[in-house]
Design a protein around this ligand. Structure first.
Ligand code: ATP
Ligand code: MG
Length: 401
């Protein structure tokens, strides 16, 4: 039996009342974008279901991709037939027959949203159950743990038959919550923060600070590889690479050593905020987790955060490193993050960075030099690239959510 479509059930957005149309529209766009390499498919959306019409495209490959799309509760490869008992019987038999292996058990699960249909759910269960028992010798009924659960869903426009319900990634569809800039380092945390933000429907653009020749091409490649993983979610991601060497050198010359880390963070945040403004984002996301390192104490955050009143989202704030590592492993970024690299923040790391830096102090240290031209230059010299996922390195993170 060849499935001719995939039925998609919406996630949490079903509860979103008036925003529903917007959500459906966003989900349709992300499905379309994620399946852009399958030219023959067509996508149809109705108020409570979406359908991917396969037109001969490979159902297995498409299933793997759909598992990763946020906003999908579950989905089922299915066959559609008319509201005609004979046609339905034939399709049911063909589908169950193609899956049947000796000794298998089955049950029928009927759903009827079209109440005008001639049979109710009990009637459907009985008729089709009897039909399969009669025509597939050896098949037995098991309503608790069947090997084959044949779902027969009677809707106004037709009847859908399927045998498999696959769990989706949940969350909200891409871009339904607005846009934010992800400060993406080559470390373990920030890619995980990006994934978690995307799961809530945020569209993200990544910003990476790069300090050649102190940071190598390899460390840039690493960030591009991480961005490729993030790009799997929506089919692409925009990455801004900020040349940061001059700002960092100026900091090193102007600011006392134990405050260079604080000051570096402040300028990174300031520059990210300028890029955000240009790109019309409404928030900045970081991979910070409270207390993890000197720059992530509450005092540090307070002092660094002074440079902007843009919301800073920190999805990992209360998580332990072991939990973060587990997710990094599941979304397949851990191995990339573990490659040795120099981050622009670690190259000039002071021996003892201030763990309780003060706003007045850092403000004063920064006041002896005009950083603005360097900041402006970093923003104008920023390289913006669109990253697409590597199809052949597609991985599974369906277990995660
Ligand atoms: P990560 O694993 O994400 O690098 P970390 O635990 O190493 O985090 P820090 O290096 O202190 O912590 O960085 C804190 C956050 O600052 C990062 O999660 C990231 O959001 C941002 N950040 C650090 N370095 C860079 C960089 N070179 N470019 C862009 N953002 C950065
Ligand atoms: Mg880091």
């Amino acid at each position: 039996m060849k499935y001719d479509r995939i039925v998609i059930r919406y996630g949490e957005m079903s509860t979103k009342g008036r925003n529903r149309n917007k959500f459906i529209d966003k989900l349709k766009k992300s499905v379309k974008s994620a399946l852009s390499t399958f030219p023959k498919i067509k996508i149809e959306a109705s108020w409570d279901r979406m359908f991917v019409l396969l037109n001969g495209e490979d159902v297995q490959e498409i299933k793997e991709i759909l598992k990763k799309i946020f906003g999908i509760q579950s989905f089922s490869p299915a066959v559609k037939v008319k509201q005609d008992l004979e046609e339905m019987k034939e399709a049911a038999l063909e589908l169950a027959g193609s899956l049947y292996q000796e000794g298998n058990t089955f049950k029928i699960t009927a759903k009827r949203s079209d109440k005008t249909f001639e049979l109710d759910t009990d009637g459907i269960n009985q008729l089709f159950g009897a039909h399969l028992l009669k025509n597939i010798p050896g098949l037995k009924v098991d309503v608790k743990k069947p090997d084959i659960n044949l779902l027969i869903e009677v809707r106004k426009e037709g009847v859908y038959l399927s045998c498999e319900t696959i769990k989706g990634a949940g969350g909200y569809p891409a871009g339904s919550s607005g846009k934010a800039m992800l400060m993406l380092s080559g470390g373990i945390d920030s890619p995980v923060a990006g994934f978690m933000a995307m799961r809530r429907g945020l569209e993200i653009e990544a910003v990476h600070f790069f300090s050649p020749p102190f940071t190598s091409e390899r460390s840039k490649e690493k960030v591009i590889d991480l961005a490729k993983k993030l790009a799997q979610v929506y089919g692409h991601i925009t990455l801004h690479i900020v040349p940061f060497t001059d700002v960092q050198q100026a900091i090193r010359e102007q600011v006392p050593e134990n405050y260079t880390m604080t000051s570096t963070r402040r300028f990174m945040l300031k520059i990210t905020d300028k890029i955000r403004e240009k790109r019309e984002g409404l928030a900045i996301i970081t991979g910070e987790s409270l207390g993890q390192v000197a720059s992530q104490t509450l005092e540090s955050m307070y002092t660094i955060n002074e440079v902007t009143n843009t919301p800073i989202l920190r999805p990992l704030i209360s998580m332990d490193k072991t939990e973060i590592i587990k997710i990094a492993h599941e979304i397949d970024t851990l191995e990339i993050s573990n490659r040795p690299y120099e981050d622009c923040c670690t190259i000039f790391v002071p021996a003892s960075p201030k763990t309780k830096p003060r706003r007045e102090k850092v403000r004063q240290y920064e006041s002896f030099f005009d950083f603005d031209p360097l900041i402006e230059e970093a923003v104008t010299e920023t390289e913006t690239i669109t990253i697409k996922p590597d199809r052949d390195t597609q991985t599974e993170f369906d277990e995660l959510f």
